[in-house]
Design a protein around this ligand. Structure first.
Ligand code: BEZ
Ligand code: FE
Length: 315
């Protein structure tokens, strides 16, 4: 008969195992030598929330492996023109959460800024940048038409850029970009496709801008990757309402990345990336053929879209 084995209790110093309930603290304790306080704070919070998430949903090993394969596929889908991780962040609402946090901290700076005697209005609301910004778009004179050779309903875009007290900002750079009337950006039209429907303008001495383009159509976010598969599995549609992207920057002001949305577009109530703000919805007013506000004679109907932008002071 085998002799019963008696095991001496392990001295505390020899006990190397970390209990599940102590894991979070153990991981955070390993960050003790981290010299970057913000990075340490971010990582400690991330670890805390990740563990809480796994415990809350009782994550199984096969489920975790599926998630790892999904994240791997998301990374593999990225290249210089395609950013699947941004799309993932956008479709999970995280990009808009980060935009809202940034704008709330900017707004706090505006309201506590030096008084001018004029009541301060908040800056124009920001929204997601999206993946189709293309650095180096042509700088064009005010009044240029981006819609030549692009099918779509001609639209005259105009308005003014001011600070939050209504003072005009001259020489403000305004990058604009949009999809065509079928919902495609130039970057989606093949490797050699030239830039289309994008430009940089500068406001005039009174802060005014005007240019021609087309009325943008609603379109789906790219769905030929893992994020598209995720949306399908979640029973979600991939569409965004029609919008024109705008990025405004001027020395001494906070950069603004936003859109204006077409008021009669489908999907304003269910934008796939949660980017709609009421204050950014613009009536694209139908105009009969005839003389446009800039004197151009239109032989067919067109639209006008008016929007005034306000920038907050700051770097
Ligand atoms: C866009 O508006 O261009 C966009 C934004 C987020 C995801 C995909 C596209
Ligand atoms: Fe877009």
């Amino acid at each position: 008969m085998a002799q019963a084995q008696t095991q001496a209790p392990t001295p505390a110093s020899d006990n190397r195992e970390i209990l599940a309930e102590d894991l979070v603290q153990a991981v955070i304790a390993r960050m003790a030598d981290c010299e970057d306080a913000r990075f340490k704070q971010v990582m400690a919070s991330l670890v805390t929330h990740l563990h809480a998430f796994a415990k809350e949903i009782q994550l199984t090993p096969p489920e975790w492996m599926t998630a790892i394969q999904f994240l791997t596929a998301t990374g593999q889908k990225c290249d210089e023109k395609r950013q699947e991780f941004i799309l993932l962040s956008d479709t999970l609402g995280l990009s808009m959460q980060v935009v809202a946090i940034a704008q709330a901290s900017g707004a706090a700076k505006v309201s506590s800024g030096p008084g001018t005697g004029t009541p301060l209005m908040g800056p124009t609301e920001a929204t997601v940048q999206g993946p189709f910004y293309w650095e180096g778009a042509p700088e064009l004179p005010l009044g240029s038409d981006l819609g030549t050779d692009v099918p779509g309903e001609p639209t005259y875009y105009h308005g003014r850029v001011t600070d939050t007290a209504g003072k005009p900002i001259a020489g403000c750079a305004m990058d604009v970009w949009s999809s065509d009337s079928e919902g495609f950006y130039d970057q989606q039209k093949g490797d050699d496709a030239p830039m289309q429907l994008r430009a940089r303008f500068y406001t005039d001495a009174n802060g005014n801008y005007h240019y021609w383009a087309i009325k943008p159509a609603m379109y789906p976010v790219p769905v030929d990757g893992p994020v598209g598969a995720m949306l399908t599995r979640l029973g979600r549609h991939p569409f965004r309402p029609g919008h024109m992207h705008k990025m405004l920057s001027a020395p001494g002001y906070q950069k603004l990345t936003t859109h204006i949305f077409v008021s009669d577009s489908k999907y304003l109530d269910s934008d796939a990336v949660f980017g709609v703000r009421n204050s950014l919805i613009v009536d694209f007013q139908a105009q009969p053929p005839g003389k446009a506000p800039d004197g151009r004679v239109m032989d067919s109907a067109y639209h006008t879209a008016h929007y005034d932008f306000r920038l907050a002071r700051g770097a």
